[in-house]
Design a protein around this ligand. Structure first.
Ligand SMILES: *[C@@H]1O[C@H](CO)[C@@H](O)[C@H](O)[C@H]1NC(C)=O
Length: 203
C-alpha cells in the first residue's frame, strides 16, 4: 500500500467514527415528558440513580447522579442531590470543574455541602465567611459571603439562578433534587424542596 492510499483510508475511518457519534447525539426534542418540578421521591430510599434519564434532548444528559453516599462523598463527587436544612447544614450548587461561568454550565452544577453525610463535595474550610439563616413558616433562606473560587466558580462571576424549572423544564441543574427536614416529615418526601427552590449567587 502506498503512503497516499494509507492516508486515504485513515481519513475514511475518521469520517465513519464521527458520523457514528453524530448519530448517537441526535437531538429529537427540547422538553422532557415529565418536568423536573413534577418529580417527587421518598428520601432516601426512593431516589433513583439518575433523576433525569432523558436522552436526545437539546441540552444533553444529566451530568451526575442522585444516589449519594459515603462512596460518592469526596472532592470529585458528581452528586446532584442537595440538602438544605439549618445554618450549619446546607448545600450550594456550584461547578464540578473550574474555568467555566455558571451561565455556561448551569445545567451541570453539582452539590457542595457545609458538612459530611450527604455524599457530596464539601465547601472547603474558610470559603464561607459569613452566613445568615432565615426560617419562616413558608421558606428557609441562607444569605452569606463566600470565596467562590474555592467552589470552582470563576472570580467575579455573577452566577445565576438554579431552580427546578428552567426554559425547558429540566431544571438547573438538570436532574438536581433538594431535600429538607425543616418543614416536618412530609417535606422529606419532596424532590424539589417543599414546593420549589432557588439558589442565586452573585459576586
Ligand atoms: C452508593 O452510591 C453509588 C453511586 O450512586 C451507587 O452506585 C451505590 O450503589 C451506592 N451504594 C449503596 C450501598 O447504596
Amino acid at each position: 500500500m502506498s503512503p497516499v492510499a494509507l492516508s486515504k483510508s485513515l481519513i475514511a475511518l475518521a469520517f465513519a467514527l464521527s458520523s457514528a457519534s453524530l448519530a448517537t447525539a441526535q437531538v429529537t426534542g427540547t422538553f422532557p415528558p415529565v418536568p423536573l418540578a413534577s418529580k417527587h421521591f421518598d428520601y432516601p430510599s426512593g431516589i433513583p440513580y439518575k433523576v433525569d434519564t432523558d436522552v436526545g434532548l437539546v441540552r444533553g444528559t444529566q451530568l451526575g447522579y442522585n444516589i449519594c453516599n459515603s462512596t460518592t462523598e469526596n472532592q470529585d463527587s458528581l452528586c446532584q442531590t442537595s440538602w438544605f436544612d439549618t445554618l450549619d447544614d446546607f448545600c450550594l450548587w456550584a461547578p464540578s470543574v473550574p474555568g467555566k461561568t455558571v451561565g455556561d454550565i448551569e445545567g451541570e452544577m453539582i452539590a457542595w455541602c457545609t458538612k459530611p453525610g450527604h455524599g457530596t463535595r464539601l465547601i472547603p474550610a474558610g470559603a464561607l465567611t459569613g452566613v445568615q439563616f432565615l426560617k419562616t413558616p413558608d421558606y428557609i433562606q441562607a444569605v452569606g459571603f463566600i470565596d467562590q473560587t474555592l467552589i470552582n466558580m470563576v472570580a467575579g462571576d455573577y452566577g445565576g439562578e438554579m431552580d427546578p424549572h428552567g426554559a425547558d423544564l429540566r431544571g438547573n441543574p438538570m436532574g438536581g433534587i433538594m431535600f429538607s427536614s425543616s418543614f416536618g416529615a412530609a417535606s422529606s418526601k419532596s424532590s424539589s424542596g417543599p414546593t420549589s427552590w432557588a439558589v442565586t449567587l452573585s459576586a
